[in-house]
Design a protein around this ligand. Structure first.
Ligand code: F6P
Length: 516
């Protein structure tokens, strides 16, 4: 069997036709003469995943994937035992060897080992009962929720609430993550303490930013006449014993499994604010959308697996073409926080330098994920995409159904701009002078949703979770640990403790700020 190293060499040595050549039949007679072109190429590299009520079209035809590249990646997937790793993931076996853990996030959406799925369903039912009781007035008149968490304990809730609760919200949710008191003060200013609940979201229930913000929120409730501030706190955690120790009543603790990673925890009780805002029916619809992706990812082999195909393109650009970044533009105001969410998911998972068996990695790992919303980004950063010297693969995400009730012109112009950007990046245009020349041959992929409802949001997130996993498996790395964030935390603790010397620059900064 060809080794992974040999396959990477093979990928690097394959011919590199331009997108224009791939789309036209210009390769006639030469190598790749039978490569599908035009509409046949679009059919080969596009596919839909149905979500019940609608679906998502994944069009990867404007990337440089061709039959030879795809075939080599399929061989690589085999050499890296992609099928075996995927089976382990869904069987709830250990896929995070450095921490000796499974990665059970899919069980929360009903996919995986039946015993774990049952356990996860019970935890979600428990959350559902509390959400519905609060909506029914069990904790008095509640209008606001201040959700305190950071990283995976904040980015998912913020995205879910922002994307889904614009039309209808049962509760005004404020997600606070930053230890900078400005963030919490802003939430206080928008909430009536007599009608406010506080959710403290932390997998470990030890994160300094979250625990400090939580203490300040309790003080704010107390200082503003709430007689039992503790009674207004809901804990969302995989460490319920720590929440009890901190003073939260057991009846208001919503636990989740230790084997659900922080950046994969939106499906668990960490999603409580989403359910508070949009209700349990929509929360469950989000889980169902994710389940549709789980099933496609679990049950489809080779490049017909749309998630795996996306990972092939990702790795082709990062490892073969040397792209250091990948940009994601949502042509939908409701997905404004999606690039932020993806940054943690992809960079915290795959920003690694060693393989799962502790060898130095052979090539670059996660590219830098960045992005924004269309059309705003067009008027700010797209210059570089069209004419800059970096090759940057771009993902576009859009919804056919509008999210607004204004004149249809808004949505029509939005979508036309989205499609025009992909076409322009690919086609380019020869200019009469170099400043007006567009080189083209710049790749993009488009995810076109029928509508951006709860199921679609769940599907988009799950698609990217599995895409991240597939990338990791093909690179041989463990996407489920994140030791890189620890050193900075240890240093911050040492600084707080005092008495330790650092480098001259840090010591001078500490002194200048009155901390040393
Ligand atoms: O420091 C990184 C991290 O551990 C993330 O992985 C995690 O999502 C975040 O901190 C918050 O952790 P916790 O939920 O335990 O407060």
């Amino acid at each position: 069997m060809t080794t992974p190293t040999e396959l990477w060499h093979k990928l690097a040595s394959l011919p590199r036709p331009t997108l224009g050549e791939l789309f036209s039949a210009q390769r006639d007679g030469g190598e790749g003469a039978d490569e599908p072109a035009g509409a046949a190429r679009v059919a080969m590299l596009s596919g839909r995943i149905e979500l019940g009520d609608g679906g998502i079209l994944f069009d990867w035809s404007k990337t440089h994937l061709d039959r030879d590249v795809v075939a080599a990646f399929e061989e690589l997937a085999e050499a890296m035992d992609f099928g075996g790793m995927r089976a382990k993931l869904f069987a709830g076996e250990i896929v995070n060897p450095t921490e000796g853990r499974a990665a059970d996030h899919a069980t929360l959406r009903g996919t995986g080992d039946p015993a774990k799925v049952e356990e996860a369903a019970a935890l979600i039912d428990r959350m559902g009962m509390l959400v519905e009781a609060i909506h029914a007035g069990a904790l008095g008149e509640i209008e606001h929720l201040i959700h305190i968490g950071i990283g995976g304990s904040a980015l998912g809730p913020a995205l879910g609430v922002d994307a889904l609760s614009r039309d209808l919200s049962y509760c005004d949710v404020h997600v606070v993550s930053n230890i900078d008191g400005v963030a919490l003060e802003q939430a206080f200013a928008a909430c009536d303490p007599a009608k406010t609940l506080v959710a403290v979201a932390s997998k470990t229930f030890t994160t300094i930013e979250t625990m400090t913000n939580a203490e300040s929120a309790l003080k704010w409730l107390r200082d503003n006449g709430v007689s039992d501030p503790g009674g207004r706190v809901i804990a969302l955690t995989a460490a319920p014993e720590k929440a009890v120790e901190w003073g939260v009543d057991e009846t208001r603790i919503l636990p989740f499994q230790e084997s659900v990673g922080g950046r994969y925890s939106i499906w668990s009780s960490i999603g409580f604010p989403i359910a508070m805002a949009v209700g349990m029916d929509d929360f469950r619809a989000m889980l169902a959308g994710a389940r549709a992706i789980d099933e496609h990812f679990r049950d489809t082999d080779g490049a017909a697996n749309l998630v795996l195909r996306a990972a092939f393109a990702d790795l082709y650009y990062s490892r073969v073409r040397g792209c250091q970044t990948r940009a994601v533009f949502a042509y939908d105001e409701r997905l404004g926080l999606f690039p932020d969410y993806l940054q943690q998911l992809e960079m915290e998972s795959n920003g690694k330098s060693v393989t799962a068996d502790m060898q130095p990695v052979e090539g670059p790992t996660a590219p830098i994920t960045w992005g924004g919303v269309g059309t705003d980004a067009q008027h700010a950063v797209f210059q570089l995409l069209h004419q800059g010297t970096h090759l940057i693969p771009v993902d576009f995400i859009a919804s056919i159904a509008p999210g607004d009730d204004l004149d249809a012109a808004h949505h029509r112009i939005l979508l036309m701009n989205c499609f025009a950007q992909g076409a322009a990046l690919m086609a380019g245009k020869a200019g009469e002078d170099p400043a007006r020349n567009y080189p083209g041959d710049r790749p993009s992929a488009t995810m076109l949703c029928d509508d951006l409802d709860a199921a679609t949001l769940g599907a988009l997130i799950a698609f990217h979770e599995h895409r991240t996993f597939a990338n990791a498996v093909l690179m041989g790395i463990n996407p489920f640990d994140q030791f890189g964030v620890e050193l900075g935390k240890q240093m911050a603790k040492a600084i707080e403790k005092g008495g330790e010397q650092f480098d001259a620059s840090t010591d001078a900064l500490l002194k200048a700020a009155g901390l040393g």
